[in-house]
Design a protein around this ligand. Sequence first.
Ligand code: NAG
Ligand code: NAG
Ligand code: NAG
Ligand code: NAG
Ligand code: NAG
Ligand code: NAG
Ligand code: NAG
Ligand code: NAG
Length: 537
Amino acid sequence: MLSLQKFQSTTSLLLLARLASCSNIQWSRCKEGEFNTTLSLQCGTLPVPLDYTQPNSSMTFNLEIIRIPAPVQPSRGSIQLNFGGPGSPARGDAVALGPLLQQLSGSAYDLIAFDPRGTGRSIPFICTDDSYHIGQIISQVRSSNDSDNALRRLWERAKADNYICQRLGQGNETAEFIGTAFVARDLISVVDALGEDGMLRYWGFSYGTTLGATVAAMFPERIDKAILDGVQNPHDYYHSHADFEEWVDTDEVFSYYFTSCVEAGPDKCALASLNKTAVALEQDVWNFFDVIRAAPIAVGSDVLDLIGLKSFFLGQLKVSAGWSSLSQFLLALVYGSQQGPLLEALAQALAAGSPDGPANIIPVQSLWGIHCGDMIPRMKLFDEAVAAADRLGKTSRLIGDVVTWNMVHCNQWPWHARETYMGNFHVKTKNPILIASNSRDAHTPLTSALNVSSGFEGSGFLEVDGTGHTVLNVPSACSFKAMVAYWVNGTLPSPGSVCRAPHPFDSFTWADIFNDAMSTNVNESTERRAEFQRWLY
Ligand SMILES: *[C@@H]1O[C@H](CO)[C@@H](O)[C@H](O)[C@H]1NC(C)=O
Ligand SMILES: *[C@@H]1O[C@H](CO)[C@@H](O)[C@H](O)[C@H]1NC(C)=O
Ligand SMILES: *[C@@H]1O[C@H](CO)[C@@H](O)[C@H](O)[C@H]1NC(C)=O
Ligand SMILES: *[C@@H]1O[C@H](CO)[C@@H](O)[C@H](O)[C@H]1NC(C)=O
Ligand SMILES: *[C@@H]1O[C@H](CO)[C@@H](O)[C@H](O)[C@H]1NC(C)=O
Ligand SMILES: *[C@@H]1O[C@H](CO)[C@@H](O)[C@H](O)[C@H]1NC(C)=O
Ligand SMILES: *[C@@H]1O[C@H](CO)[C@@H](O)[C@H](O)[C@H]1NC(C)=O
Ligand SMILES: *[C@@H]1O[C@H](CO)[C@@H](O)[C@H](O)[C@H]1NC(C)=O
């Protein structure tokens, strides 16, 4: 969902306008060609304070906002969206996911998203736009388990990257102003400017759940409804040296890939044609990781190395819709000739998913800017990084050695956000929020969702017995009904209930769900119908 952007420099003069006297958002048509969609869209800007801790300062910048009007008008109000990262601009994702989110909110609400400060068009955070320095930053992106001194190199490289950002680049201009607490205040500023009922409706995914938990804890009286889907542990996010808990289920989901592949059989999963057990298939891939660690291979303009391959896998675990194609890639890569068009396609996918890929280098800097600035503890000694890397590796063999890259940057980060939420997330919001999680999520485990749910008194819980990152990525008639009932009526799922979901290698889409759920004139093969009934909750 990340879009390629040209490196653009931030100039303070351009970004900091004086606070306009009228605080309402002026909506107009979006720029021609900015979004490729048939949705009717409106774009608007809202000046907000650069620094909420300086109430008398006139320094502001414009939040760039998009609105997708509800199909059914007059709407019941607006829902604000955030798709996580942190570091992802939200407007493009809102447009891409708009039609789905409209269905899941009963077509009754306008959907609103702004590029959060630090991202996109609002007020970007960019360490440097110097191509030489960018090259230096990405030159050392590697697994901390690549070689004996790899972690030390990463630690020193992070120091150098942070130096580039602070001393040679543009970090100082915005680094302290892009933290999550300020984005939470921006959400409320937008509510105030909308002039509806003064209440926040919010839908956040992944890191967007940390933002959601933060705004709900800071402004409990302003919450009408909120869904937090694919939940991060916000205690970890602010108070740990790394997001340890995020990866506790990653290896299990990785194993589950092979289990469900064998279950699905060779028609749906090419790897199953090898007649091996799931355990044997997984072991082959682990062995292949070792091969690539020792001998990376050039594919097109890229070198396929351990971090690239592992990052690719992590990305693939987000959405099971791609699992069938993944099995074809693996068949070619692990058991095949490691050449040919399939591998070139893989190389492109790797470049797209890799943190040093062209599409990701800006969001990666934004992620550092936001997450590192929010993180309260920092390290003084390399030994602490060794301990944290060890813990990450023990948490997930698949991804522990990959996510050390952010850990070494954040723990030496030169800035702290001007404001950080310091509470304990034990809050009773005016109206109950809804926490949502799949049973198997390689990025945000169920346990984190339970953790947040235990803090928000009276909150509801939606568990989907599916696999993927966020329930949005697991089509399910049951979760569809639950989300619509929440948005439209405020109804919470009955406690302890779990939504069933299709097998990950079944190719069900949300469109199937909507057709099946809404069709009064059902015309489907009985087999398909039976399959649908099997998991219709
Ligand atoms: C716009 O979207 C359509 C449908 O998804 C796609 O076929 C087309 O290539 C897109 N155009 C551009 C310029 O991205
Ligand atoms: C802001 O301005 C008001 C009114 O002039 C003043 O009373 C207050 O002390 C100022 N606050 C700060 C933080 O400067
Ligand atoms: C950013 O601020 C730091 C600390 O005040 C200073 O040492 C550094 O020179 C500044 N960077 C730039 C590019 O001005
Ligand atoms: C796998 O088993 C099937 C059915 O027994 C057989 O037809 C096929 O040849 C076997 N494939 C391999 C690669 O052993
Ligand atoms: C590093 O790689 C070795 C060999 O594959 C493995 O045993 C170990 O668990 C890995 N450590 C981490 C932290 O990933
Ligand atoms: C939530 O997570 C934090 C950080 O890991 C932990 O300290 C706390 O005990 C957890 N709370 C519950 C209720 O599990
Ligand atoms: C909302 O509640 C009304 C009244 O109980 C009911 O008729 C309607 O079906 C509910 N709508 C949804 C989407 O649950
Ligand atoms: C059901 O769909 C099939 C295949 O698309 C079609 O041939 C048939 O006419 C349809 N039946 C009805 C009653 O619409």
